[in-house]
Design a protein. Structure first.
Length: 429
């Protein structure tokens, strides 16, 4: 095969065109669709048009997209590549994307696959380490070294990769579907447990319309009746220094059923405040604000001297009620969007104490709470193992996909003789 050493710009009609610099205030529901970095999936596909935005401005010719154009991201999702399909003809693109238009004699699909290769991506990310993302500009992309064969060979490589990556992508879709099924089964298990569907004699409870039925002997009461609900300490710049600096938890630390303690911030907690804001093992922490209000996890106590910020609710049992049981009640309520519906809003930016404290949940006898929590915890452990396995498999598929692309676009094997079905580490043998 006759391959030539070249650069991206020599395979394109120019050295790259930046997209439109438009603010969100200029977005509209109709007009010309504006493709942003957030509209492009990790696999290089365009997201659902329903999630897109448009601009009403007159789009200059240089900012109009044609099928076969290659868009490369220069911010956030640095290096992400998108080959413009026929249905995106006439769309425009945002400023953090750079458009490269292949020359005649260059197969756009080959160019897009080359941009996804490990060699191309390695150059992008290694150079980005030594500069700011904003400075990874069109000129840097344009001068990335590449190898390219004759047009016919480019087409053969692109045809081969179209088939092989489609097979890998179908496998990835199946794995993603499995992940969804696991999540659905997990929620159904929580929902059934909180409703007490395993108990004979369930009754309709008008105070819990969102839940439906609960067993006749289960108590139904407000969170504040069984638990203390308190917000943490307000953060300001003056409090990040002082004589009593202590680690504290923020919204970012509290994930669903997991508290991340790898990146803890510090704040001044004088002795007179430490009793009020110190966490205890078994405290349930619930996000009051942030990107996911209502997200919750139980603090296990791995750090004895730790506190919490005002953007978190700390829920502590007044008696014997299990915070872990309340956690599962919150999981069911959040999934069913109980707080959003009650607040009459589709986007809940805060879960206030006024919303949380009077919220009514079912509370069986303590022995039943323990039994159901143990069952749910065991199920959650199994699901987590399955999810980790699927994550590893998805990671391997992504690695194999890129390895196959890299080997093909750099001429490491002859695609005209490769079946692509005998694969070792993603590369035909």
């Amino acid at each position: 095969m006759n391959w030539v050493e070249t650069r991206l710009k020599h395979l394109c009609v120019d050295s790259g065109q930046y997209g439109l610099n438009v603010s969100a205030e200029m977005y509209s529901d109709s007009g010309t669709r504006l493709i942003r970095t957030s509209d492009i999936t990790a696999g290089g596909a365009l997201k659902d048009p329903a999630t897109g935005v448009h601009v009403r401005t007159i789009v200059e010719t240089r900012h109009q997209l044609h099928p076969g154009d290659l868009l490369l991201s220069r911010s956030g999702t640095l290096g992400r590549a998108f080959l413009v399909p026929d249905q995106a003809d006439g769309h425009t693109f945002a400023g953090f994307l750079i458009r490269f238009r292949p020359k005649k004699g260059v197969d756009p699909r080959f160019l897009a696959y080359a941009a996804q290769s490990a060699s191309f991506q390695g150059i992008v990310h290694s150079e980005a380490v030594t500069s700011t993302i904003q400075n990874f500009n069109a000129d840097r992309y344009a001068n990335i070294a590449m190898r390219a064969p004759a047009l016919e060979e480019q087409r053969r490589i692109a045809d081969f990769l179209d088939d092989e990556t489609a097979r890998i992508d179908r496998l990835r879709e199946l794995h993603e579907h499995q992940r969804m099924l696991i999540k659905e089964a997990a929620f159904r298990r929580v929902f059934d447990a909180v409703r007490g569907t395993h108990v004979e004699g369930a009754r309709k409870n008008s105070g819990l319309d969102w839940l439906g039925t609960v067993p006749a002997d289960w108590r139904v009461g407000a969170v504040s009746h069984y638990f203390e609900v308190e917000l943490g300490k307000m953060l300001n710049q003056e409090r990040v220094q002082g004589d009593h600096l202590r680690p504290y938890l923020r919204v970012a630390n509290v994930q669903w059923d997991r508290i991340d303690v790898d990146n803890l911030a510090m704040m001044d907690f004088p002795p007179e405040e430490q009793i009020r804001y110190r966490l205890q093992a078994g405290d349930l922490l619930v996000n009051e604000g942030g990107s996911w209000p209502g997200r919750a996890a139980v603090w296990s106590g791995e750090i004895s001297d730790i506190y919490y910020q005002k953007a978190l609710h700390r829920i502590r049992s007044r008696g014997e009620e299990l915070p872990r049981w309340l956690y599962y009640c919150l999981v069911a309520a959040e999934r069913l969007r109980v707080f959003q519906v009650q607040g009459n809003t589709s986007t809940m930016t805060h879960l206030t104490r006024e919303q949380l404290r009077p919220q009514r949940f079912p509370f069986p006898e303590l022995s039943t709470q323990r039994e159901l929590v143990a069952q749910l915890d065991n199920g959650a452990d199994r699901e987590a193992r399955f999810q980790r396995l699927l994550d590893r498999q998805l990671g391997l598929l992504a690695e194999r996909r890129q390895a196959l692309i890299t080997a093909a676009v750099t001429g490491q094997f002859d695609v005209s003789t490769a079946s692509g079905r005998n694969v070792t580490d993603g590369v035909p043998t």
